[in-house]
Design a protein around this ligand. Structure first.
Ligand SMILES: Cc1cc2nc3c(=O)[nH]c(=O)nc-3n(C[C@H](O)[C@H](O)[C@H](O)COP(=O)(O)OP(=O)(O)OC[C@H]3O[C@@H](n4cnc5c(N)ncnc54)[C@H](O)[C@@H]3O)c2cc1C
Length: 528
């Protein structure tokens, strides 16, 4: 991939900056060949990878090296895009928002600094992957469980900072953050919460500290680079009880949400069950051409035939109860009674007790098999995730489901979506799986994405996270008082990062130097 320079930086200055970076991290950790740049692109992009071209990547190994790089970046006005492992697949992978940005790859800072079984937490560096932490806990027989995303290739820190989630009672990873260490855009180093006190006895125990609480300000943000994260882990329960539920009809997702939401809020169900269309299982194991050769989205009757052959309902729910056996039994009965009102099918029950293999327990066990779904359409596969947040009721869920499915059908993409039920909301992750070699298809997907954002915004649904190409579009839907939130974010950004070097454009927040008058987010700067 050819070199794209950062805005307002000459080739000569850029080369000088790279030399200066090499003086800090060593030549071999400044990656600036065409092949290197290719490695840090969005390799799932729907045809628009060229909009987000990194100019180079740097791999520091310590906080001190990182601070030195950030200071040099200020001197040379080089934008930096931090990644922990860069596996943000479906949302941009390792690529930066702004072409010409240098990727700050923190994969070499990968120490597990502390795991405390008594208090249930770990303190880790950004490069620690889900597999690394899992293996560490297993090897040291530590009875703490992790919450792991369906594709576990990435980092614990990157996922929590992006508000990613897994499926145990500790599912919302961002909620488990307790204390960060952060390099600010000027190179200063801070610790949040009680970590601000040297030798604090409770950095990973008490989230709030004294005064304003900063952990969430560094999530989905471009205000700092996280170098250490405290994260609460779940104590291993005595037992678990799984309920594997098949819902036969498309509209069953409505009543299922209505039945489950109050149980989730009351704590009868403590984890966040995902109600996903069962095509995902077929798509992970086979290719579409094995089932259907025609154009357009998979017709409903063909889909039903496929599901029948695979013994699957339209939707599948894998729900888990965690804790004491007797309590799980009672809660399972309450859930089964709720489902009996609507369907005759038996619900499969799976039990696990401490000491049995962890793979069958409902603990977070890392896997990458979910990635196979991108082969569904053939060619060089890719996917993009459209992920709005809705109130957990049938009214909202059915409206959103039907409107999205119809939109998919209009452009000939197969519907692939899930509703994950949290205490007071549901996220609706819609994957659009495509063949990257089919230019017509990827072009349609890109156009559809903007339509989906607009459709959702009309209903009052925001996205919990988005792809780097649509961060401005989503930020603009947060429009109360002529985008007052964006103005607040920009005020903080300009105060912390006057040279605008850290992740310009992330979540639609641009530094002053790159906010051209009436530019990308011009409408947010109209009179207010
Ligand atoms: C099939 C499939 C299934 C998936 N299922 C799930 C799922 O169930 N749940 C889920 O949450 N995700 C899911 N994902 C999305 C994604 O794979 C994961 O969220 C993944 O953990 C993110 O990659 P990462 O941890 O390497 O993040 P990175 O790419 O390292 O980071 C993501 C972003 O966070 C910011 N960032 C990262 N590190 C830092 C830092 N140290 N300081 C400041 N900012 C930083 C940057 O903006 C970066 O772009 C899925 C993806 C696929 C393909």
């Amino acid at each position: 991939m050819r070199l794209v320079l950062p805005p307002r930086v000459s080739e000569q200055t850029f080369q000088k900056a790279l030399q200066a970076f090499a003086g800090v991290v060593g030549k071999q950790w400044v990656l600036a060949t065409d092949e290197d740049r290719e490695t840090f692109m969005d390799y799932y992009a729907a045809g628009d990878a060229d909009l987000h071209v990194p100019s180079a990547a740097i791999g520091p190994q310590s906080v001190e090296e990182l601070q030195a790089i950030v200071r040099l970046a200020n001197q040379y006005k080089i934008p930096l895009w931090p990644i922990s492992r860069g596996k943000n697949l479906g949302y941009g992978a390792a690529a930066p928002c702004l072409s010409g940005t240098v990727v700050l790859d923190l994969g070499r800072m990968n120490r597990i600094l502390d795991v405390n079984e008594r208090y249930g937490y770990c303190l880790i560096e950004p490069g620690v992957g889900f597999f690394d932490l899992f293996q560490y806990l297993q090897a040291n027989k530590i009875k703490l469980w992790m919450s792991i995303p369906a594709n576990a290739w990435g980092s614990v820190v990157g996922n929590a900072l992006e508000r990613g989630y897994g499926y145990t009672p500790y599912g919302e990873n961002t909620r488990n953050i307790c204390g960060l260490e952060v390099v600010l855009p000027n190179g200063d180093l801070v610790r949040t919460g009680n970590g601000a006190m040297s030798h604090s006895a409770s950095w990973q125990l008490f989230k709030y500290g004294f005064g304003p609480s900063w952990d969430q300000l560094f999530c989905q943000s471009n205000f700092g680079v996280c170098t250490k994260m405290g994260l609460w882990l779940m104590p291993e329960p005595e037992a678990t009880l799984g309920l594997n539920i098949q819902l036969p009809n498309p509209d069953d997702v409505g009543w299922a949400i209505d039945e489950l939401a109050p149980l989730r809020m009351k704590g009868v169900i403590e984890q966040s069950p995902s109600i996903g269309n069962s095509l995902r299982f077929v798509a992970s194991a086979t290719q579409r051409s094995q089932w259907y050769q025609g154009d357009g989205a998979l017709p409903d009757d063909v889909l039903l035939e496929i599901l029948k052959k695979n013994n699957l309902g339209w939707w599948t729910i894998n729900l888990r109860l965690y804790g004491y056996d007797e309590v799980n039994e009672v809660h399972a009965r309450v859930i089964k009674d709720a489902f009996k009102k609507h369907m005759k099918q038996e619900i499969e029950t799976v039990k696990w007790h401490r000491g049995e293999p962890i793979e069958n327990s409902g603990a977070g066990v890392p896997a990458t098999t979910a990635l196979q779904i991108i082969n569904w359409r053939g060619g060089r596969g890719g996917h993009i995730g459209f992920s709005p947040v809705l109130p957990p009721t049938s009214e909202h869920v059915l409206k959103q489901f039907h409107s999205t499915k119809k939109r998919y059908e209009e452009i000939g993409v197969d519907y692939y979506g899930s509703f994950t039920l949290f205490e007071r909301y549901t996220t609706n992750v819609n994957m659009m799986v495509y063949d990257r070699d089919d230019a017509a298809m990827t072009q349609k997907v890109r156009a559809l994405f903007k339509v989906l954002i607009a459709d959702a915004a009309k209903e009052g649904y925001s996205e919990y996270r988005t792809h780097i190409s649509y961060m401005d579009d989503v930020a603009l839907t947060f429009d109360f008082n002529h985008h007052a939130l964006l103005r607040l974010n920009e005020t903080v950004k300009d105060a912390l990062d006057p040279n605008g070097i850290l992740a310009p454009g992330k979540q639609g927040v641009w530094p002053r130097a790159l906010r051209t008058e009436g530019g990308r987010l011009g409408s947010a700067h109209e009179d207010h």
